[in-house]
Write a protein that binds this ligand. Structure first.
Ligand SMILES: Cc1cc2nc3c(=O)[nH]c(=O)nc-3n(C[C@H](O)[C@H](O)[C@H](O)COP(=O)(O)OP(=O)(O)OC[C@H]3O[C@@H](n4cnc5c(N)ncnc54)[C@H](O)[C@@H]3O)c2cc1C
Ligand code: FES
Ligand code: FES
Length: 486
């Protein structure tokens, strides 16, 4: 098999082959300016509003998996070997509306209509992913779409109508044919585009990735582009050479081996969240609040770590759980405790030519309790002001071992060593909370920014410790958010 020098994908049911597209062209820009398909809208161009939502279908073990994605921060080469479905493709051959469109009409789910194509595509994604019809599930699934005039109640009713009356649609009927077309389009293992302004490489194996990085160590690795996409759309940054890790299956694998949860760096948050939450249930809420369905379908856990933001949600978790990062290059691999990766603001322990290959987390042990709490202004689709992760081993009510890590409290995600020391050997008492709070003030001197003042952050970090104690001692189960109304 040969490498391919073009991007091939299905646009609806028609195939496309692009040889000269600038690799950092967004799918939204391509749709609107090249295909002149203007149903997909641009609202924010940064993954927040959902007006640009499209669905990307791909072959996963012989079945099509449908993912709602934000086309404004997705680069066109990401479509290689996949099917791009937009609002223009939903009507069937008899010009009948798709059930999700009909439900929006029946329930008066649209006024000015600007957000409507995005909502329709999110509903279409839900239609194909078996979303349940509880208010919580629908809110979670639609959290990445904003509407400024209709209000959400009619749209939620539309979701219920469409999901309740679920029947196979034209996409289900054509699944075999689509899979055949995708396999033909995807015949070449890796893609390389060398344009005068920008080059792009999508290796298919880790071996090939190492070789390309050896030859071009200054290249920019791109995974889900939920960070890098914004550098292009918002900061207008030019990237000379882009290496995509999205097509490397080895980097997407998730397995349980030798007492470890092993997560390939290119596994998306959506792919990793079920496994991680099944071992550490407290992660379930954190991941539900991580961006939106669209963001979680694109963002990878490796990208979240590699980016090294002090407010990335997976980082305090990995540090508290003593995860190890497997960092590789053409000259070999090294294993690094997650906490040592973050050197300073914007500075991580990753050398040119290296990439993050895998993250290993230990499975929980007997007596271990793990909790993570995210504080942000909104429940959904908001970046943390403070995120605290706590891993404790208790024996007869006494804390035997503890690792505490916070995001949003320092220039990097960081352990609370003083607090840990103050708590080891203590029972879960009010006295221990007071000592823990005092120690946290020695651990951190947080900054003031638009997400919270220094005082606020210091106070809520202590409150999170108190909440942890309340939950573990059974004094109080704190329910953050429950909404199963209409
Ligand atoms: C609307 C929106 C909401 C968001 N909400 C949240 C949230 O709630 N919580 C949160 O934590 N984050 C959030 N984010 C941030 C973002 O989703 C994450 O940081 C994301 O996980 C990055 O992963 P990615 O695959 O998209 O990385 P990319 O954007 O592709 O890359 C990010 C960085 O990582 C590097 N990189 C990627 N993969 C590798 C690798 N394997 N080896 C070495 N370097 C690599 C890239 O070179 C780049 O520097 C949000 C983003 C958006 C746009
Ligand atoms: S335009 Fe707002 S999410 Fe894409
Ligand atoms: S119908 Fe106007 S923004 Fe939603």
């Amino acid at each position: 098999m040969q490498d391919r020098q073009s991007i091939r994908f299905l646009l609806g049911s028609e195939s496309r082959e692009l040889t000269d597209v600038l690799p950092t062209t967004t799918v939204l820009e391509y749709l609107r300016t090249v295909e002149r398909m203007t149903g997909t809208k641009e609202g924010c161009a940064e993954g927040d509003c959902g007006a640009c939502t499209v669905v990307v279908a791909e072959d996963v073990n012989g079945k099509l998996r449908y993912k709602a994605c934000n086309s404004c921060i997705m680069f066109v080469p990401f479509l290689h070997g996949k099917q791009l479905i937009t609002v223009e493709h939903l009507k069937d051959r008899n010009d009948e509306l798709h059930p999700v469109q009909q439900a929006m009409v029946d329930q008066h789910g649209s006024q000015c209509g600007f957000c409507t194509p995005g909502f329709v595509m999110s509903l279409f994604g839900m239609y194909h992913n078996g979303c349940d019809t509880s208010r919580v599930a629908i809110d979670d699934a639609l959290a990445g779409n904003l509407c400024r005039c209709t209000g959400y109640a009619p749209i939620v009713r539309a979701a219920r109508q469409a999901l309740d009356g679920h029947l196979p649609d034209q996409f289900d009927h054509r699944e075999k044919q689509t899979l055949r077309s995708l396999s033909e389009l995807n015949a070449a293992p890796s893609v390389h585009l060398n344009l005068s302004q920008q080059s792009y490489h999508a290796p298919a194996t880790v071996k090939e990735l190492k070789q390309i990085l050896k030859e071009k160590p200054a290249s920019r690795i791109v995974a889900g582009a939920t960070d890098v996409g914004l550098w292009v759309t918002k900061e207008r940054r030019h990237l000379d050479c882009v290496i995509s890790v999205s097509d490397i299956q080895e980097l997407q694998s998730i397995s349980i081996e030798k007492g470890l949860i092993r997560i390939g760096a290119a596994a998306t948050i959506a792919e990793a969240m079920d496994t991680l939450s099944s071992y550490y249930p407290s992660l379930d809420e954190l991941f539900r609040r991580y961006g939106s369905v669209q963001v979680r379908n694109q963002a990878t856990i490796g990208g979240n770590v590699a980016n090294g933001s002090p407010i990335g949600d997976s980082l305090p978790v990995l540090v508290a759980l003593d995860a190890k990062l497997i960092i590789s290059s053409a000259s070999g691999s090294r294993t690094l405790p997650a906490e040592d990766y973050f050197i300073d603001y914007g500075k991580q322990d990753l050398k040119p030519g290296e990439f993050l290959e895998r993250i290993d987390l230990p499975l929980p042990v007997e007596g271990q309790q793990f909790r993570v709490y995210k504080l942000s202004k909104r429940f959904h689709q908001d970046i943390s002001a403070v995120c605290g992760a706590f891993s404790l081993t208790l024996d007869d009510g006494i804390i035997q071992a503890v690792r505490i890590s916070f995001g949003g409290m320092a220039a990097t995600p960081r352990r609370a060593f003083n607090c840990e020391e103050a708590l080891v050997g203590s029972p879960l008492t009010d006295d221990a909370i007071v000592k823990g709070r005092q120690a946290l003030q020695r651990d951190f001197a947080p900054i003031t920014d638009f997400r919270g003042t220094s005082d606020y952050r210091t106070r809520v970090a202590g409150n999170l410790l108190e909440r942890l104690f309340d939950e573990l001692s059974g004094r109080e189960q704190i329910i953050v958010w429950e909404a199963d109304y209409a």
